[in-house]
Unconditional design. Structure first.
Length: 167
């Protein structure tokens, strides 16, 4: 019976480790004081953005992180901990959690993991303030299109001048 329990625990840690390895970043949240409705609303917002939110035991988080070579989480993993993470974008989970924590003022971000290193709450908030991948791509495309658009407008203005001159 003891072997089964150990094996089950190892499988849980392996599952969490797999999720963490695929995630671009992790955000740890102290969910104490939040109502069930508030947690559900946060979970739904995170899910809609393509991220995940889980309440995981601190020991499981520590073991999974250690297996991935992530250290320095002991100070962050005190008390109840929820984890938000996204495999597609490093800022999505941080952005949603920080905005929600600020709006309800009942919880706080503990810290997180970015690029395999533990980060504090202030760094998570800085990460949340950076534009998402989609926003960055939109800005880049706008910057690339701007000179071309200006050139086309200039050519159109020259065409109109020539048409007016011949008319």
């Amino acid at each position: 019976m003891k072997d089964y329990t150990l094996k089950a625990k190892q499988e849980v840690v392996a599952g969490v480790q797999e999720k963490f390895a695929a995630a671009q970043s992790l955000v740890f949240l102290d969910y104490r004081g939040m109502t069930v409705a508030e947690v559900t609303a946060l979970r739904n917002k995170i899910r809609e953005a393509g991220a995940e939110y889980k309440v995981i035991k601190n020991t499981v988080i520590k073991r999974a992180a250690e297996n991935l070579g992530i250290t320095g989480l002991d100070a962050l993993l005190e008390g109840p901990t929820a984890v938000a993470y996204c495999a597609a974008d490093p800022v999505t989970a941080a952005k949603i959690v920080c905005q929600y924590a600020e709006s309800i003022k009942k919880t706080e971000v503990k810290g997180g993991v970015y690029e395999g290193k533990a980060i504090d709450a202030a760094t998570v908030k800085s990460l949340a303030a950076t534009p998402s991948r989609e926003q960055s791509l939109a800005r880049l495309m706008g910057s690339l299109n701007s000179p071309i658009s200006s050139f086309v407008r200039a050519l159109d203005a020259i065409r109109k001048q020539k048409e007016e001159a011949t008319a």
